[in-house]
Design a protein around this ligand. Structure first.
Ligand SMILES: Cc1cc2nc3c(=O)[nH]c(=O)nc-3n(C[C@H](O)[C@H](O)[C@H](O)COP(=O)(O)OP(=O)(O)OC[C@H]3O[C@@H](n4cnc5c(N)ncnc54)[C@H](O)[C@@H]3O)c2cc1C
Length: 544
């Protein structure tokens, strides 16, 4: 069978959900994923080669060989980068996409995150805009993601800021030694706190066991399948219907249009038999992640669409966003590290909005358990030598005493932070690669600096003796929280899709993934990507 109701490109946070909704609605779906279905053993436990600390390689794709990108630094110098290079802005490439190895923080965005331009105005040089939908439009779909995949948390603790109709299906992760110190300090400062919501089974749920609280969560696969990604929740459901054909190691090269410019299907390469194949469908849904979705639309050019699909107004690939991630560290008087995962237990959303002189703001939380080398790489005071006896002594005495707080800061989008195509560099199939250039807007750096100071303040109030942090700079924002490159809106001159993810001027072409985000919230983005995927998928299912 080579003629489908829908072809979905990518099996990550969004693609997996769309496949499930369409297949369960009786639609015949082809789900294409460029990566492999990685087992727990494939992903492994290498402390230096994982999706969080990729010093010598990474563990959830894409392959190092044959998948370059081009990165242009803020000084305008370009270079070819490999997937484990920070400037590659990788997420992951495997069944489940980023959700295979993510930390699974499952935040809803704040209602004001959907109306940033109305609330703050549009700073010079930025493309800050309101979403075409509101928090209230998305609220039922947030709830659906939380209940269908399985989220743990305590919604009542932040009900006054992020209202919800129904609590999480699972109780939050239990506190760790650092939780009480941070909670008491926040209380003294008058800050609101809550447990960190996670797509992790704190009790057995939907046929999968509870978390065993191991030390390997973010950047790794879960040994008991208690971390809920699309690969172990919605994709198996889609396959169980018999309506979904899944092809892994299948790299889509372009979206095919006919001589009237109408989308008819896709062409793709399958690794095992490296030849070009095609498939036809009524609808094509691009869910390849914010960088690769833009690349695919731009590479799908033809004489009728010389600049690529959806790119009549030069919007595809612009407004690349992610998060600056300010962090602060302090030496606590008591031992705070007990090695019990996942490690994130407490957050404050006190500063997501209404900070004088700041546009937006962000969330701060304690951190996932880090392997010692990650602590050494990321968390040492700047005045400590990186080697030698002094360093060893510090590691021995303080690895269990350093308190960490960190969190994502609302990106103020810059239209020049963007994905274009580099025709001079090609992947192993000869497809032109993504070229990443520009920076976030300076207002993002102001917000990050503000949040760095709040992090230090929190640690000081927690009784830490020595406190340190790094100052944020003006860089391109993207990486694992990449979003915004095909943003939704009502005006085709400033957006790529409508509020359902339908590409303007193409009735049967949709983008459904992080690319749609008009702004990326002051929170980890995945639950919003999932909620949007449910919303768009229901819309699409009713129309094919
Ligand atoms: C280590 C790590 C930790 C993270 N922790 C968190 C967290 O705690 N909370 C949170 O909110 N977010 C977290 N994230 C980010 C989160 O995983 C992403 O926001 C989310 O997965 C993005 O969803 P998406 O659907 O946009 O894209 P993805 O999940 O990236 O899925 C896109 C898929 O498309 C495939 N694809 C791309 N191009 C093609 C092509 N041409 N043909 C076929 N397939 C293609 C890719 O291989 C990929 O599988 C984390 C990510 C990582 C890597």
């Amino acid at each position: 069978m080579n003629e489908y109701d829908a072809i979905i490109i990518g099996t990550g946070a969004a693609g997996g959900i769309v496949a499930c909704v369409l297949a369960e609605a009786g639609k015949h779906v082809l789900l294409l994923e460029r990566g492999a279905a990685l087992t727990f053993a494939d992903i492994g436990r290498d402390h230096l080669r994982n999706q969080r600390l990729a010093v010598y390689g990474h563990n959830a794709g894409p392959d190092v060989v044959g998948n370059p990108r081009v990165f242009v630094d803020p000084q305008g110098r370009s270079r070819v980068v490999k997937p484990y290079d920070l400037d590659y802005h990788n997420n992951a490439a495997c069944l489940g996409g980023g959700t295979r190895v993510y930390g699974a923080q499952a935040w809803r965005f704040h209602p004001d995150d959907f109306r940033m331009a109305s609330k703050y105005g549009v700073p010079d040089g930025s493309s800050l805009a309101d979403w075409p939908i509101s928090y209230e439009d998305l609220e039922p779909f947030y709830e659906r993601a939380e209940w269908e995949l399985g989220a743990a948390g305590d919604g009542e603790s932040i009900q006054s800021r992020i209202p919800r109709k129904r609590n999480y299906p699972l109780p939050p992760v239990p506190p760790n030694p650092q939780t009480a110190a941070l909670q008491t300090a926040a209380h003294q400062l008058g800050w609101i706190t809550s447990p960190v919501p996670l797509l992790i089974n704190t009790q057995s749920y939907a046929g999968r066991p509870a978390c065993i609280e191991c030390k390997y969560c973010v950047g790794f696969a879960c040994p008991t399948d208690a971390k809920n990604g699309t690969q172990n929740t919605v994709i198996p459901r889609a396959l169980a219907t018999g309506n979904c054909d899944l092809k892994t190691s299948a790299v889509v090269e372009s979206i095919e249009t006919d001589n009237r410019g109408i989308v008819r299907g896709v062409s793709y390469f399958v690794d095992a038999q490296p030849r070009r194949e095609t498939a036809r469908s009524k609808i094509v849904i691009v869910s390849a992640g914010a960088i690769e979705s833009a690349r695919l639309l731009l590479n799908s050019h033809s004489s009728l669409h010389p600049a690529g699909l959806g790119n009549e107004y030069d919007q595809v690939g612009r407004n690349l966003q992610g998060h600056l991630y300010p962090r602060a560290y302090g030496i606590s008087p008591a031992r705070v590290f007990n090695g019990i995962g996942p490690g994130v237990t407490i957050a404050t959303i006190q500063f997501n909005h209404d900070n004088p002189g700041i546009i937006g703001g962000g969330m701060l939380a304690d951190d996932f358990i880090k392997p010692p080398i990650d602590f050494w790489y990321d968390s040492l005071p700047p005045d400590l030598p990186r080697w030698g006896i002094e360093n060893k002594r510090f590691m021995r005495e303080n690895f269990t005493r350093v308190l960490h707080v960190r969190g994502p800061v609302q990106d103020i989008p810059n239209p020049d932070g963007r994905v274009t195509i580099d025709n001079s560099v090609r992947d192993k199939y000869g497809i032109p690669v993504a070229r990443l250039s520009g920076t976030t807007h300076p207002a993002t750096v102001d917000a990050a600096e503000f949040m760095r100071e709040r992090g230090e303040e929190w640690l000081r109030a927690s009784g830490c003796e020595k406190i340190w942090s790094a100052q944020p700079g003006l860089v391109l924002s993207g990486r694992q929280h990449q979003a915004g490159t095909c943003r939704m809106g009502n005006d085709p001159r400033s957006s790529v899709t409508d509020e359902w993810g339908r590409v303007h001027a193409h009735n049967n072409l949709f983008v459904v993934d992080g690319s749609l985000h008009v702004t990326n919230g002051g929170f980890n983005p995945v639950l919003t990507i999932m909620a949007l995927a449910y919303r768009s998928a229901e819309y699409i299912a009713a129309r094919i």
